[in-house]
Design a protein around this ligand. Structure first.
Ligand SMILES: [Zn+2]
Length: 434
């Protein structure tokens, strides 16, 4: 059997950094085993480095990188999510398959340089123009991911209304899912053309502003049957909650839980959950949902801070870069933790060692949310890796036992030297020499 052997000074085993643990990687780019290689087998050494599972970004709208530097000037004190959305719609109006591909490529490449090896791309700009029904922009996202060499979970978005009971307007018509039946047929066609080694699909009913509960139930049913993940925006904005309560008499989370009452076998993730009260958050976690959190974007948009610290018991967390205004998993992790500390004026709310909770959310938690085997360095998982520069001034002289904390709370993205997807490394920068 054609295997290669790889090690580094330190290798993350899910709980701690282990010196010199050797990964055996098979010809398909999967981890075959961990431990001692056969005597005499050549072992590739990444000296002065630590290996972790590559980070998993569960929520991206890649094209929104085109808004970077825009939408940041405001009528004094009157900027909001909704004024930002106007800027975003302006960008949507100008998108072509070519510009969407270019922006997506830029995002995915920047993600890899930040240690991200999988993206869950929540893709909603489908059509070449308003009124078309060609899904012409979908292939551009897949091509961009291939060119960047990032693992892709295409979260194909179903969008039907411009608010409960309201038709799509203007540029929103480019998001149109048309009908559940037509949309699902399109998803099946996409799925058939994906490379199973590094691409998969999930269903993403946009939100309960844009999708009716009956449609959500139908999509969830198919997600369950096909083993596809289901992602939905939930309760990012108070106005969204007000609109859904006015139309359906329940908050979006209550409506989602009621609509998907039998959640058996469904892998569901709620994105944001910013204004979800603690009891409903508890219900979501109890039903096996993951919370997909995007602290850098939520902070930029002034969304708010979710009530995670108020929910006892086991939380399921994952991270997303969302608008891609800033792509940094390390900053996202500390943003999540610091938001909770600032909200509660306490520390240590996400675990006795929050750095471990956060690293788990950035790796195994994200992979679970996207329904893929990545996120852990175990036999059978893809060899998706991030190589960390232990000689970087930010990490120098840090003992292995404190490395998770030093990485999460004190390191810049420049510590990411390389990432591997399916065992193939891309070298992003040279080790620090200072
Ligand atoms: Zn989003």
């Amino acid at each position: 059997m054609n295997r290669r052997y790889l090690t580094a000074d330190l290798v993350w085993d899910g709980a701690s950094f282990v010196p010199g643990l050797v990964l055996a990687i098979d010809a398909a780019g999967r981890i075959d085993s961990l431990g001692d290689p056969p005597p005499g087998a050549p072992v590739e050494q990444r000296r002065g480095q630590a290996l972790l599972p590559g980070f998993v970004d569960v929520h991206s709208h890649a094209f929104q990188i085109g808004l970077r530097g825009r939408g940041e000037t405001f009528p004094l004190e009157h900027g909001s999510f909704w004024t930002w959305r106007e800027a975003m719609y302006e960008l949507v109006g100008s998108l072509t398959p070519e510009s969407l591909a270019r922006l997506s490529r830029r995002t995915f490449r920047e993600m890899r340089r930040a240690g991200i090896t999988t993206v869950g791309e929540f893709h909603y700009v489908h059509h070449a123009d308003a009124g078309a029904a060609d899904f012409a922009l979908d292939a551009a996202v897949i091509d961009a991911a291939r060119q960047a060499g990032i693992r892709l979970v295409l979260l194909e978005c179903y969008y039907r209304t411009g608010g409960p009971g309201r038709p799509l307007e203007g540029g929103q018509r480019r998001f149109d899912g048309i009908s559940v039946e037509r949309f699902l047929a399109h998803c099946e066609a996409i799925a058939a053309g994906l490379d199973p080694a590094r691409e998969s699909i999930g269903l993403a009913p946009h939100s309960l502003r844009a999708v009716e509960p009956g449609e959500l139930a139908e999509l969830a049913q198919v997600a369950r049957q096909r083993g596809w993940p289901l992602h939905i925006h939930l309760e990012e904005q108070r106005r969204e909650i007000e609109e859904v309560v006015a139309a359906w008499g329940r908050s979006p989370v209550e409506l989602a839980l009621e609509t998907l009452a039998d959640g058996t076998g469904l892998n569901a993730t709620g994105i944001h959950l910013t204004h979800t009260d603690a009891d409903r958050l508890f219900d979501l976690f109890a039903r096996g949902w993951t919370a997909g959190l995007c602290p850098l974007t939520e902070g930029n948009l002034g969304d708010g801070i979710p009530a995670l610290a108020e929910v006892p018991g086991r939380r399921r967390l994952a991270l997303g870069s969302d608008s891609n205004l800033r792509i940094s998993m390390l900053e996202n992790l500390r943003g999540l933790e610091y938001g909770q500390r600032l909200r509660s004026e306490r520390r240590g709310l996400l675990g006795e060692r929050p750095a471990l909770t956060l690293l788990d959310a950035a790796t195994a938690g994200g992979a679970a949310s996207l329904g893929i085997a990545a996120g852990r360095l175990v036999a059978g998982a893809p060899a998706d890796l991030v190589a960390i520069d232990l000689g970087h001034p930010a990490l120098r002289e840090i003992p292995a036992g404190q490395l998770p904390e030093a990485l999460v709370f004190g390191a810049p993205d420049e510590v990411v030297l390389a990432t591997a997807v399916g065992g193939r490394f891309a070298e992003h920068r040279a080790p620090a020499t200072e």
